[in-house]
Design a binder for this molecule. Structure first.
Ligand code: NIG
Ligand code: FE
Length: 389
């Protein structure tokens, strides 16, 4: 018995995501899981469970890896509830509201921004999210992007520089100058706090040439590539992401056969963000088409004050199953192991020996209940780094 060890016992259904025996969820029944030093030390049959310092009785419930939310914009100020109401009354989403949030974010203090990130991070944890990626993108000046990332880095290792979210108003008539600034002083100030670089490649934001230039500068500075692509209409983003070896292309709502083929022949994950389609009342991406083509699919919240103000991965799982033709097992995999793949991480998104002890005990006997009981708070307990939260 190791000091500080913790046994989670009487697990009715343990989702490991170990991929054995052709079952992607790697489900074990009547299992137990031992945590030591913040990691999974052992999993096996409850009958052979080792002794431990402390014990949590799961009482026959399902245990899952913590959710990996690989796409979130948490550093912002204000909200856009009125914009949401206008959309629900028939207005279209164009991304134009991003500039409203940029104004509010620039005017906010560091402490206000930090408090918002902390509030949303806590909200996520309560809903089972143990890993989150956090983007900048509402500062859009050298100083405001750097401070957004500095604050994000207080909460996660997976920080993403999104200086190319939109061209800010003061550069509206000289976008080339803005791109030059993003690649130059802004990247230099942001890179020390960022692991990834992202561009909103979309009509009205950045075209393929600008996106390619910015992503190449980010790569040269040592950042990994991810991309907002094909959200509002068809476009070059997905194929550009594949060409550059992006870890993930995100949204993927409007895809051609060529986009799907490119993804299928690549290591790039397609991250689907159904909260955005829900909150903009848009058609959902066709997850079935991607899965049937052999593309790796992740689910994430896209949590932001404009297009998707949800922090709930269970909500996204339910939407993916009901609206995007994913099976419950595919959606749970996409929200855990899929998110880890989108962040190129092997230490999270699974419950196998050596993985981080990030797990969820459900108030339900099976992962199926996440989609079967939408909107119900089914997260009974979360362990983060082996620590009950
Ligand atoms: O992922 N599409 C670009 N960025 C965000 C929306 C940001 C906003 O509307 O504030 C997204 O949906
Ligand atoms: Fe986004």
């Amino acid at each position: 018995m190791t000091r500080g060890s913790l046994l989670v016992d009487h697990i009715g259904e343990l989702v490991t995501n170990d991929g054995r025996d052709g079952d992607p969820l790697g489900i074990r029944r009547d299992a137990a899981l031992l945590v030591e030093d913040g990691q999974v030390a052992w999993i096996g049959s409850a009958r052979y469970a080792p002794a431990a310092d402390r014990r949590i009785d799961a009482g026959g419930a399902a245990v899952l890896p913590g959710f990996v939310d690989s796409h979130a914009h948490l550093v912002f100020a204000g909200d856009r509830a009125a914009e949401f109401a206008a959309r629900m009354a028939g207005e279209r989403y164009t991304g134009g509201g991003i500039r409203t949030t940029v104004g509010a974010t620039r005017a906010a203090s560091d402490d206000d921004l930090r408090a918002t990130v902390g509030r949303l991070r806590a909200e996520m944890l309560r809903q089972g999210t143990t890993t989150v990626e956090i983007k900048s993108g509402y500062g859009l000046t050298v100083a405001d992007e750097a401070r957004s990332l500095r604050i994000a880095a207080e909460f996660t290792e997976d920080t993403t520089f999104l200086g190319a979210h939109v061209v800010p108003a003061e550069y509206a008539d000289r976008p080339d100058d803005y791109v030059g600034m993003v690649c130059g002083p802004m990247l230099a100030a942001a890179a020390p706090y960022a692991r990834w670089i992202d561009v909103f490649c979309e009509r009205g934001a950045f075209d393929a040439d600008h996106a390619r230039a910015i992503l190449a500068c980010g790569q040269a500075a040592g950042l990994g590539v991810r991309l907002h692509a094909n959200q509002l209409g068809p476009g070059p983003g997905v194929r550009l992401g594949v060409e550059l070896g992006a870890a993930s292309v995100d949204h993927c709502t409007h895809l051609t056969d060529a986009d799907v083929d490119a993804l299928a022949g690549s290591e790039t994950v397609a991250t689907l963000l159904p909260g955005a389609e829900f909150s903009t009342r848009s058609p959902y991406p066709d997850a079935r088409r991607l899965l049937d083509a052999g593309v790796t699919v992740a689910l994430a919240t896209d949590c932001n004050p404009g297009s998707s103000y949800t922090s709930s991965m269970p909500f996204c799982v339910a939407l993916a199953v009901r609206e995007m033709r994913m099976t419950p097992a595919e959606a749970v995999w996409a929200a855990t192991a899929g998110g880890a793949a989108a962040l190129r991480r092997t230490d999270v998104g699974r419950l196998t020996p050596g993985a981080r002890a990030d797990l969820i005990i459900l108030d339900a006997p099976s992962h199926l209940h996440l989609a079967y009981r939408p909107g119900v708070p089914l997260i009974r307990q979360v362990l983060h780094n082996g620590v009950p939260r």
